[in-house]
Design a protein around this ligand. Sequence first.
Ligand code: NAI
Length: 250
Amino acid sequence: MTHYNLTGKIALVTGGSRGIGRSIVLHLAHSGADVAFTYRSKVDEANALVAELQNMGRTSVAFQSNAADAKQSDEVVQSVIKTFGRIDILVNNAGITKDGLLMRMSEQDWDDVISTNLKSVFNFTKSACRQMMSQQSGKIINIASVVGVVGNAGQANYVASKAGVIGFTKSVAKELASRNIQANCIAPGFIETDMTEKLNEKQKEAILSVIPQKRIAKPEEIASVVCFLASQDSNYITGQTLKVDGGMAM
Ligand code: NAI
């Protein structure tokens, strides 16, 4: 699957039960890491994924928790440290959309998206970085979005959250660089998951027309880049946002 060697590494992925997160969990495990992950609601899918990792000879544990909740997130991190003894790789992937034009966007839809997509990144990064600092090593990989760079009509809440993640990542990268911790973002373009499934054909066509590669990506095409940023091969890269978008935003 990937040629990166993550043998013996301990990874924590938020929102790992489906879509891009699930693919990230599988790719990290195939590269040799033991992987803990969180999810919101789908217990059966989460348990099936844990079993799949165990069949591969990896250790895995799933936590049902709300990434927007600081207390729950800290409990997850402490539990991972207790179980595995360390955290080498943190992937902040959990995210939602609640789209609508600004004129019609409710305060609730703004708050939900900001807390799930942005506050969650603060929660997990703050809790995990203490451990990474004491280890003097760590990789923080935040899943942003290309719209966080270029903007998108109908997604003011989502775009603000993703632009926030990008700014947060740069600040954290500067704070933690001297401790041998690298923090980077991946900004995916248009990926085939439940999140994009709900777009209608007209919306999909409009998106495809602005992708030079003229296709939608598979979750694996994000997961392989996560493995690169989680590996030693990217040790001199920090504070960056890597667009994985078929050329959408250049
Ligand atoms: P998805 O909807 O298929 O999966 C989202 C995951 O996040 C699920 O595992 C869900 O359990 C988890 N999640 C949602 N709210 C949560 C909460 N409060 N606490 C814990 N977990 C929660 O979405 P997809 O497409 O796999 O997206 C993953 C990430 O990639 C998101 O951050 C999304 O914004 C980002 N992204 C996706 C793109 C796409 O085209 N699908 C494009 C750009 C970015």
